[in-house]
Ligand binder design. Structure first.
Ligand code: ACO
Length: 431
């Protein structure tokens, strides 16, 4: 970052100069940190579309060009040559791991995969109708109670135990997700296996039965690993900003990522992947090939889920990668899902329609991911939990960055537009 030029603002006839700072990818920002002290004014930016809330070394997005890089490495290269855990290490620690470092990281994650037996009682406390995201958020909070040394809310101490806490969360978020699945179906819980790798272990925890071991095909394992990898981090999105916000108050890693899960749940964020499949199913059931739905989306009667992005005004690079993966995993599984055909038709129609072209609305990562998850056998209402498993490294890396570098609590201001001062009226006089 460098500060070379200045931006000048004239307020009430007086000129004020503020430094312009430039990021390593030439992103420019006006540094207004002294604005309020010097002028009494604040900036107003509903939804933070023009606000840099932090300086970060983790991920870079150029939404206009459709670029995503983690620690400088393009997502396309990671998708092609890396794995989820190797990418997780890169995102959290800043460098690709050497072979011994990766082995150690994997071993730590494998060793942490089981849950304390008491968790069975926690699961019993939830009704089978519980949404998996509600369970996941609660369980991650509860998890901190089992590791008080790692979740002390004393920054120095929490950082001292960071490596253990990070591996533990990456591992157990997956065990919790699988146990939630089995609890809701009334199936016996499975224990994790030390001999299986991350994704295979997750699929075993989900689908092995006492009478039938689940052995995934290599295509399924590869597609799921890619799904997690593509979701591993994404700059200052809604849930990551939430994690940073919670961390800025000094809260421990467990509490911060539990808040991230809640933030991810909404249909405009992580909830979009299940909304896409519900949308495709509705289109299919109505006999539409997608054309009517496109018209409804243009007329504001419907929203084309999995399309559009706050930052990408070009193709989301993750959607391109996963669109291809969807094709090959369906082929490998011998599946012919009509929803994939509808998705392709919607994509083609939208990409050539003025409404979508003018607004720069392209498929985002969620557009094809739901179809792949469905093919693997993941129930629709678990899709967002799958996203949370993938996003865990990004949340952890952002928590670490805040804990190591930020001393200030995040505390935005507001423009108050409510009533001016008025007197309290006693109950008998309120009419
Ligand atoms: N379908 C139809 N029209 C759309 C869509 C869509 N998916 N997305 C945006 N638009 C339209 C808006 O109606 C608006 O039109 P107008 O200018 O005529 O009023 C214009 O495009 C701009 O849209 P905004 O809502 O201002 O875009 P914003 O950046 O605020 O929202 C968002 C981005 C929330 C992702 C939006 O595109 C959307 O709702 N998409 C569908 C949900 C989705 O897929 N979310 C996943 C995002 S990726 C992720 O979190 C992993």
């Amino acid at each position: 970052m460098s500060a070379e030029s200045q931006a000048k603002i004239i307020l009430d006839g007086k000129e004020h100069a503020f430094p312009v700072i430039t990021g390593t990818e030439s992103e420019k920002a006006i540094d207004v940190r002294k604005l309020r002290n010097e002028t009494g004014y604040i900036t107003y930016d509903d939804g933070y579309g023009n606000t840099g809330s932090c300086q970060s070394q983790i991920s870079f997005i150029d939404g206009e060009k459709g670029i995503l890089r983690h620690r400088g490495i393009p997502i396309e290269q990671l998708a092609e040559r890396s794995t989820f855990l190797c990418t997780a290490y890169l995102i959290i620690y800043g460098e690709l791991p050497k072979a011994a470092e990766l082995d150690k990281f994997r071993a730590k994650i494998a060793a942490a995969s089981n849950l304390h037996e008491d968790f069975r009682h926690h699961f019993q406390g939830f009704p089978p109708s519980s949404h998996p995201m509600a369970v996941q958020s609660s369980m991650l909070s509860a998890l901190g109670c089992y590791y008080p040394k790692m979740s002390s809310n004393d920054r120095e101490q929490d950082l001292e135990y960071f490596d253990d806490a990070a591996a533990l969360l990456i591992s157990k978020v997956r065990t919790i997700a699988a146990m939630t699945y089995r609890m809701r179906k009334g199936l016996p819980f499975n224990y994790p296996r030390r001999d299986l790798r991350y994704v295979e272990n997750f699929l075993h925890l989900m689908f092995t039965e006492p009478y039938a071991e689940y052995v995934p095909s290599p295509e399924v394992s590869k597609a799921l690993d890619l799904f997690f990898l593509l979701h591993a981090d994404h700059e200052q999105n809604c849930s990551t900003s939430t994690v940073r916000m919670v961390a800025s108050g000094g809260a421990n890693l467990f509490a911060s990522v539990a808040a991230g899960v809640s933030a991810l749940w909404g249909p405009l964020h992580g909830g979009a992947n299940s909304a896409v499949v519900r949308m495709l199913e509705q289109i299919h059931a109505s006999g539409d090939d997608g054309s009517q739905f496109i018209e409804d989306a243009k007329n504001g009667k419907a929203r084309l889920m999995g399309f559009g992005h706050r930052v990408y005004k070009n193709y989301d690079p993750r959607a391109k990668i996963f669109g291809k993966a969807a094709e090959s995993v369906m082929k490998a599984l011998g599946l012919d899902d009509p929803l994939l055909d509808i998705a392709r038709k919607l994509e083609q129609a939208a990409l050539s329609d003025d409404y979508f072209v003018e607004r720069k609305l392209y498929p985002n990562v969620d557009f094809y991911s739901g179809i792949v998850l469905k093919a693997i056998g993941i129930p629709t209402d678990m899709f967002t939990v799958m996203f949370a498993i993938g996003r865990m490294p990004g949340w952890i890396a952002n928590w670490k960055e805040v804990a190591e570098t930020s001393k200030r609590i995040h505390r935005p201001r507001q423009i108050y537009i409510g009533p001016n001062q008025r007197d309290y009226v006693s109950l008998d006089k309120r009419g």
